[in-house]
Design a protein around this ligand. Structure first.
Ligand SMILES: Nc1nc2c(c(=O)[nH]1)N[C@H]1C(S)=C(S)[C@@H](COP(=O)(O)O)O[C@H]1N2
Ligand SMILES: [Mo]
Length: 248
């Protein structure tokens, strides 16, 4: 599958996103959210429109240093080979509940329509940084792949792990289709560096730092999170009970 600017543009606007209320109230979402989270999630819905944009900042407000956190280099030989060849043979997979699974090279992603945004990253460990991100809207890739009507969540499978447990994250379709949700290959005007998640990391600007998966190798559309990892929707959700919905 060749991902061209034209084919992405042609696909734009063709996909209707189910209303937030419908997703929020669906049994699948209610099951994923713990009892405590359920109240927070509903309250959030009352005060915030989830289609609203996260604040964007001026270049003058960018942090002089954007620190790294978590893994800064996946440990596999395969990843080391990708770094050595500058990700020339790397391919992002988009699969699962889609009509047309995609395999997309970094060059194809860079040639596709993209968006640049300066946003604030908030880590639950108590630090924030404002940085500039450039990448392909996830929405465009999902439209090109033809999301199935039974898809409910998008899972990001990463190249790194903690003691053999792979890092992964997931979001619902409201966040997946959000205009600021991008697969970023650029940061602060440079190609995304390995410590920050090269070749691509996701930016979901209305959510906390641990949702911003680095080293994304595969984007999978699923109808349930139950069979992924320990079933709570993400690495930190599984091992440390972090909330799956980390909207801020
Ligand atoms: N694959 C992967 N993604 C990840 C992590 C990680 O360890 N592995 N850490 C998360 C956390 S807790 C934060 S705060 C951010 C840190 O991103 P940065 O290293 O670019 O600052 O990445 C998130 N995404
Ligand atoms: Mo974090």
């Amino acid at each position: 599958m060749i991902l061209t600017r034209r084919s992405l543009v042609v696909g734009m606007g063709g996909l209707a996103v189910a209303g937030c209320d419908k997703i929020n109230g669906s049994p699948a979402v209610q099951r994923v959210l713990g009892l405590g989270e359920r109240a927070t999630y509903s309250a959030q819905r009352l005060i915030a429109d989830r289609a609203a944009l996260a604040p964007e900042f001026a270049a003058s407000q960018m942090s002089p240093i954007f620190r790294t956190n978590g893994n800064t280099m996946p440990g596999s030989d395969e990843f080391a080979a990708h770094v050595a060849s500058n990700f020339a043979d790397w391919q992002l997979k988009v699969d699962g509940l889609v009509a047309r699974p995609l395999s997309v090279s970094l060059a194809q992603l860079r040639a596709a329509p993209h968006r640049t945004q300066i946003t604030r990253h908030d880590c639950v460990e108590g630090w924030s940084a404002i940085g500039q991100w450039t990448g392909t809207p996830l929405r465009l890739l999902l439209q090109q792949a033809g999301l199935s009507s039974n898809a409910r969540y998008i899972v990001f499978h990463c190249a790194d792990d903690f003691d053999g447990t792979p890092y992964y994250e997931s979001i619902d379709l409201v966040d997946a289709m959000h205009p600021q949700t991008i697969l970023a290959w650029g940061m602060n005007g440079q190609p995304l560096a390995v410590p920050h998640g090269a070749p691509i990391r996701v930016r979901i600007e209305r959510q906390l730092g641990y949702k911003q998966a680095k080293y994304v190798m595969r984007v999978e559309a699923v109808d349930s999170l139950a069979r992924i990892g320990e079933g709570k929707g993400g690495y930190w959700e599984d091992v440390a009970n972090y909330q799956w919905y980390a909207g801020i």
